[in-house]
Design a protein around this ligand. Structure first.
Ligand SMILES: Nc1ncnc2c1ncn2[C@@H]1O[C@H](COP(=O)(O)OP(=O)(O)OP(=O)(O)O)[C@@H](O)[C@H]1O
Ligand SMILES: *[C@@H]1O[C@H](CO)[C@@H](O)[C@H](O)[C@H]1NC(C)=O
Ligand SMILES: *[C@@H]1O[C@H](CO)[C@@H](O)[C@H](O)[C@H]1NC(C)=O
Ligand SMILES: *[C@@H]1O[C@H](CO)[C@@H](O)[C@H](O)[C@H]1NC(C)=O
Ligand SMILES: *[C@@H]1O[C@H](CO)[C@@H](O)[C@H](O)[C@H]1NC(C)=O
Ligand SMILES: *[C@@H]1O[C@H](CO)[C@@H](O)[C@H](O)[C@H]1NC(C)=O
Ligand SMILES: *[C@@H]1O[C@H](CO)[C@@H](O)[C@H](O)[C@H]1NC(C)=O
Ligand SMILES: *[C@@H]1O[C@H](CO)[C@@H](O)[C@H](O)[C@H]1NC(C)=O
Ligand SMILES: *[C@@H]1O[C@H](CO)[C@@H](O)[C@H](O)[C@H]1NC(C)=O
Length: 705
């Protein structure tokens, strides 16, 4: 017995005429049929189709790739058995498509007339549970369908994702139209099939006029004009005499629940109209909606969090990215990526540290691809402006090539850091060999031949920078620690051009003087303008260092030997020059070459810039190796009367002024250099010397006289 009043309304009306061409039935909901039928109508279901408790027929739920079929249990006579002409028929039904996600539904349902109730081999998704890829379009299907399709399948030329189509043996519709209906005023009102609301549909075939009309509307009363009228179409060859009629629905990746609420059918007549109010109501999608809202908001929150994390990561990446600016890209191929250099130096770890100078730390590295050994100098610099100009200059420096220059291979910029990549020099810098260091056991001693070759190499590198390159390059920081030795102990000048980086001070009116004390030409501290003869002066100091194995200023030495150049000058003029030659050579040297070196060294060290030779002359005399050919060195003006003659300007007095610090000699070179840089780089054209440097200067001057 039925308790639900709907079951009284839900009944099956079968009017079976003798010839069965008047077959007619009505399902007002599918819950009728009484206890004998288990509380449900007599209808054949295959696939996942089910009749729910309230009498609604659910062809599919919203799980993907499902098929549901519902057929009238017995076959109907669709043709006149004698003539083979298809009968007219009429169907009216109410359905609802409730998509899993609003606006994203799949795939739709179809009213179908088929030779079987099972539709064996049919596929879900775009095939609507009607056929499969192999039999689409095969005339032996004998299949007629009206599709209510909610997915646009380009494979079948669908017009949109909300259309009605007439399919004959195929899923390529013979006629289709966007889902709509003509309202009372004849206007075309579009209808959303997957709105989740109830849709009424009518399929009418006129077997005489050979017309198929399809009509849809969201309400019970049938609009006067069908939305789709297809003619002429003769279903006689399509249909067998006896056919099953019913519905098929399918889901794909996107899914909808497909419901059938009621259905009436009449052969050779007009199907009884359905009263939507008397049909079972759709399940309330409330819970689903709440779940959906929760799901959507949760997804939104997750996406938001992901976006924030992503943005933070991106920000981090950008902030730490190598700073690449458009002007740098124009410079050429010498740019390394920071990652590459980090890998090459094993993350700039201390074990790879080769040393450090005034510009920063130098690491040993091996380039990942080529296994080339390199030295990576990490220069920190705050001034973007300076670094920009400098990198622009690197472009030209990078093209400098000489066998006595340490080749600059490339660079990389990262935030305030500038990384310079040089050829690796396995034997380190010259100062490590030159100056006696009691802390180093069995320190190797360079022979005179090696020393002279190194000097000649450095001289030719300087000549190249001054005269042989397309424009004049002033090194500004010639000194023993910037002369590096390759595997064959050739002297190679390093750090060229780097000093310029430090001349770009924040205040353009105070050009900083850069260089290392002991190598600074006296005029540099007065004018602040670097010239090639400043390099010549520094080279002179280097030559004397190499000959004597002593720093330009040796605080531990007796007072008369304190300033190397004064001492050498004094011994040279008195003919006792052998006294100054490095005792570690143990007298093994070429007299002529040592004499040339001393003469050139003194000449280059002349306090007056104009009196110094050019690098071309220096190279010529060093290569000649004949002391007689070197012109006599002009005497320094102030030293004529001996060291007692004190004057405020010129002479060795000025020379001494460029040796302010007593921290040379003993202890750390690095700190002395760092100190020196601090104290030396401060003089504008007429600017004051810093108080520290000044007092050091005066004390030294006193000490030396
Ligand atoms: N290309 C190189 N190959 C091998 N070792 C190097 C190379 N360049 C530098 N070094 C080592 O790193 C040390 C520091 O070099 P750096 O040039 O920074 O300092 P510096 O020459 O003492 O001072 P400055 O910064 O005034 O030039 C050098 O003394 C040397 O031992
Ligand atoms: C939908 O139907 C299929 C087959 O009957 C079943 O496995 C699945 O659990 C159902 N899904 C839902 C959401 O009810
Ligand atoms: C359902 O209908 C078919 C065909 O009309 C009939 O053969 C069958 O017995 C019916 N089943 C029930 C349970 O009424
Ligand atoms: C079939 O067609 C013939 C010839 O037109 C007609 O006599 C007969 O009544 C038709 N049968 C039915 C069932 O309509
Ligand atoms: C159509 O289907 C029939 C029966 O399944 C088959 O024998 C025939 O080869 C098919 N034709 C085409 C063109 O696929
Ligand atoms: C319907 O279309 C199929 C191909 O999709 C075609 O073979 C058939 O002839 C068409 N039928 C009509 C009546 O237009
Ligand atoms: C109804 O209107 C829609 C859009 O305005 C259009 O795509 C469709 O073809 C129209 N249908 C008919 C039958 O004119
Ligand atoms: C089909 O629609 C056309 C046009 O509105 C109409 O003239 C015809 O009578 C209809 N036929 C049926 C069987 O509904
Ligand atoms: C210079 O380096 C080479 C190669 O690393 C090495 O064989 C040689 O002993 C080094 N010379 C000195 C004097 O250290």
């Amino acid at each position: 017995m039925s308790e639900n009043p709907i079951f009284f309304l839900a009944f099956v009306a079968l009017f079976l005429s003798a010839a069965s061409q008047h077959d007619e039935f009505v399902y007002t909901g599918f819950g009728g049929g009484g206890a004998a039928n288990g509380g449900r109508s007599n209808i054949s279901l295959t696939g996942v189709a089910e009749i729910e408790n309230n009498g609604i027929l659910r062809l599919t739920n919203d799980t993907s790739r499902l098929i549901g079929h519902a057929f009238y249990p017995s076959a109907l006579q669709f043709r006149n058995a004698t003539t083979g002409d298809a009968f007219s028929f009429s169907a009216a039904f109410a359905f609802a498509i409730v998509p899993e996600y609003p606006t994203l539904g799949g795939h739709g349902l179809a009213f179908v007339i088929s030779p079987t109730k099972e539709l064996k081999g049919a596929l879900p998704s775009q095939y609507l549970g009607l056929m499969n890829a192999a039999d689409v379009g095969n005339f032996s299907n004998h299949l007629f369908a009206v599709e209510f399709d909610t997915v646009q399948d380009f494979e079948f030329g669908d017009i949109n994702d909300n259309h009605i189509g007439i399919d004959i043996n195929s899923l390529v519709s013979n006629a289709s139209v966007a889902a709509a209906y003509y309202g009372g005023d004849g206007a075309n009102v579009s209808l959303n099939l997957k709105s989740g609301g109830t849709v009424q549909a009518w399929v009418d075939y006129d077997g005489v006029a050979k017309v198929i009309n399809v009509t849809v509307a969201p309400f019970s009363s049938k609009p006067a004009v069908p939305i789709l009228s297809f003619h002429p179409v003769d279903l006689s060859p399509i249909l067998h005499d006896r056919m099953f009629v019913g519905f098929s629905a399918s889901t794909g990746l996107l899914a909808s629940s497909h419901y059938l609420l009621g259905w009436s059918f009449k052969m050779n007549g007009v199907a009884q109209s359905l009263d939507l109010a008397s049909l079972p109501s759709l399940p309330h999608p409330k819970k689903k909606a709440t779940a959906l809202i929760i799901a959507v908001s949760a997804t939104a929150v997750i996406i938001l969090i992901a976006a924030v994390i992503g943005a933070a990561y991106l920000f981090y990446k950008i902030k730490n990215a190598d700073v690449i600016e458009p002007w740098e890209l124009e410079i050429g191929p010498h740019r390394f990526s920071y990652k590459e250099l980090k890998r090459a130096t094993k993350g700039f770890r201390d074990r790879e540290l080769l040393g450090f100078g005034g510009f920063g730390k130098v690491y040993k590295g091996t380039l990942p691809g080529s296994r080339t050994e390199v030295a990576v100098k990490r220069v920190s610099h705050e001034s973007r402006q300076g670094i920009r100009e400098f990198v622009a200059e690197i472009a030209s420096i990078g093209r400098l090539r000489h066998r006595n220059l340490v080749q600059l291979l490339g660079w990389c910029r990262r935030r305030a850091d500038l990384l310079l990549v040089y050829d690796y020099m396995p034997n380190g810098s010259l100062d490590n060999f030159l100056f006696f260091d009691e802390s180093k056991a069995d320190q190797p001693v360079l022979s005179w031949a090696e020393r002279f070759r190194i000097l000649r190499g450095v001289a030719s590198a300087l000549l190249y920078l001054h005269e042989e390159w397309e424009h004049v390059v002033i090194h500004r920081d010639v000194k023993a620690s910037n002369v590096l030795l390759d595997a064959d102990l050739n002297g190679r000048l390093g750090d060229f051009g780097l000093a310029k980086l430090y001349e770009h001070g924040a205040n353009p009116s105070t050009t900083r003087v850069v260089g290392t004390l002991g190598y600074l030409a006296p005029e540099l501290t007065r004018t602040g303008k670097a010239t090639t003869s400043c390099d010549v002066f520094a080279f002179g100091a280097l030559v004397l260092e190499v000959v004597c194995g002593r720093r330009p200023i040796e605080s531990k030495a007796p007072p008369e030997e304190l300033v190397l150049v004064e001492w050498v000058w004094e011994r040279w003029s008195s003919g006792r020059w052998a006294d100054v030659v490095d005792p570690r050579l143990e007298g093994v040297y070429d007299n002529e070459e040592v004499a040339v070196a001393i003469k050139v060294g003194l000449w280059c060290s002349h306090p007056a810039a104009a009196a110094r030779p050019t690098m071309r002359e220096v190279v010529r005399y060093l290569d000649g190796g004949d002391a007689a050919e070197v012109p006599d060195v002009p005497s320094p003006p102030a030293s004529d009367g001996g060291h007692e003659g004190k004057s405020d300007h010129g002479g060795f007095e000025d020379f001494v002024h460029s040796y302010p610090s007593s921290s040379f000699g003993k202890g750390s070179i690095a700190s002395a250099i760092a100190l020196g840089r601090e104290e030396a780089g401060l003089v504008g054209p007429d600017g004051p010397v810093s108080s520290f440097a000044y007092s050091s200067l005066s004390s030294l001057s006193r000490g030396s006289v």
